[in-house]
Design a protein around this ligand. Sequence first.
Ligand SMILES: Cc1cc2nc3c(=O)[nH]c(=O)nc-3n(C[C@H](O)[C@H](O)[C@H](O)COP(=O)(O)O)c2cc1C
Length: 245
Amino acid sequence: MNSFTSEQTPVHASPAALRALIESRRAVRRFTAEVIPDEVIRDCLEMAVLAPNSCNLQPWSFQVVRDPALLKQLHPVCMSQNAAQAPLIIAVLARPDTWAQACKDIVTYWPEPEVPQRIRSFYAKTAPFQYNQGPLGLLGLFKRQLVRVLALRKPLMRGPNSKAQMRLWAVKSTALAAENLMLAFQSHGYATCPMEGFDEPRLRKVLDIPRQAIPIMLLAAGRQGEKGIYNPRLRFPLEQQVTWL
Ligand SMILES: Cc1cc2nc3c(=O)[nH]c(=O)nc-3n(C[C@H](O)[C@H](O)[C@H](O)COP(=O)(O)O)c2cc1C
């Protein structure tokens, strides 16, 4: 596993190389039967989890489906869409429920011999206060009111202070990991298709997904098949979407 520390010299990929990688990724709907080696999948997952994420609590998990029998079950769950016939499907799960364990894991896995006091204090006090919503979200309700009053005096972060905000909180970071994952496969010469076209209750059953985990997308991956790309690339003009201030 990669263990970058603050001492390491940053590596800059050339803009041209990064653009080439990003431009080469397309949503691919047809794959060959070629199996992706586990070492490649692992390498891609390692790159996925290098994504920036909120407070480094890494609120995600992944279910790597390679078993042909399980893949066969997933196809109808994905409404029998072509992309779901890939030799690999990774369920990308947002985890609003893992922050408490993650606060402990930060200290356990700290990459230096001594865990700085500010880190211990942040993950023992600040982060738990921020992310704990209490039973029935009641603590979140209290925090919402508290923050509303305190923020009259100075700017304050207003959330996440509810179960719904916690779900959004986890989804943001997990989506970044999903994009890393797609680009990582692309860099290895494999194509991907993110899919939200699935029946969630059935998916939960087939993959035995933990109740609080949110399957944000299924990532189909494999070697691009014939006529794997359906349409030419289309993006709206930047001017329509960007405001320069
Ligand atoms: C969250 C999300 C869900 C998607 N779901 C599906 C899907 O279920 N089936 C599918 O064929 N493509 C799906 N796509 C792929 C998009 O249709 C595709 O990314 C978009 O048309 C742009 O094309 P491009 O990725 O080739 O640039 C999804 C993409 C995202 C980001």
